[in-house]
Design a protein around this ligand. Sequence first.
Ligand SMILES: [Fe+2]
Length: 402
Amino acid sequence: MTDTSFALTGQEREADLELDQLKQLVGLVPYDETQDVFPVTGWDAIVFICGNATQAAHFYQTAFGMELVAYSGPETGNRDHKAFVLKSGSIRFVLKGGVDPQSPLHEHVRVHGDGVCDISLEVPDVDRCIAHARSIGATILQEPEDLTDEHGTVRVAAIGTYGDTRHTLVQRNDYAGPYLPGYVERTSDLVRPEGAPKRLFQALDHIVGNVELGKMDEWVEFYNKVMGFVNMAEFIGDDIATDYSALMSKVVANGNHRVKFPLNEPALGKRKSQIDEYLEFYTGPGAQHLAVATNDILTTVDHMKAAGVEFLETPDSYYEDPELRERIGKVRVPIEELQKRGILVDRDEDGYLLQIFTRPVQDRPTVFFELIERHGSLGFGKGNFKALFEAIEREQERRGNL
Ligand SMILES: [Fe+2]
């Protein structure tokens, strides 16, 4: 079997990540790319459309510790919008905001608020992917084309996924620029707080998509058939207590498991589902949370809190529950350290994970972040759903949306 999964991607090499570290961080698995109908190497970039990208770029640098690496805007000949490219480890965020009053980006913000418009993926062969997607009847939003500048050529195309979200496919084996043609290198004069680690997270673990009631299985099938994604062992459809924010969730992943997409749909419960709240305020399906992988969640939480990032609170009863203590066993730090910060723990047959969730990071109760530190567990924190949903419900209630 040809095993290509245990090779670093260009972005991972650039970020000085190591294979063993990455296997633990995001749970890579070996697989045979030659048997894949739609080979995906990993994430290329997460593109956000923001009401004010200039200020969002500041937020992700100061609060998330990310580094400004590239830019496109009026000064570079792009009169429509500004775009800031930020990195942390192998993660790349692109923040776009309209400059021209007629920019179509303004309409995206009016409809959805700040959000993710493009989950862009790196692929070894754009044309092969598009040919397969077309044969299954997927929506091709952009036909394959070459983009060239003095740094080389990238080949790109795009297919549609849930809502107004797309997957741009990027083949960049022949490109040495800071992001894509049209972008110039740009750094920031920002001075990091003393004692701050080089970065607060190293890689992207998963992005959750919220879709409408009854649509989850359709999107699972889309990822299976169009993009050759596999269903991950953790299918959590039946596990979610109906007394709490009811939802159904299934997880698909690309062959090497770098790219993982849990897909949620609301379920009928006693109270309004958190997924319904999202769908109402995002005006339809979209990306709900982005989980970023860190190898030191305690330090990351401390720095993000000091920079003003707000996290969901976990009640003391969570940590004092003898059943939880029994279930999670021994983890790398005393449980009191987790309790102090509100970090959740989950354990399964493969190991454990630590996780914590931010409050929504924009005005609408839509997109938020998860920090995750994996120690063998390849799950998504199933054992924490009850505690997590109770915390989300408290927030929903405060917003008057329960
Ligand atoms: Fe998650």
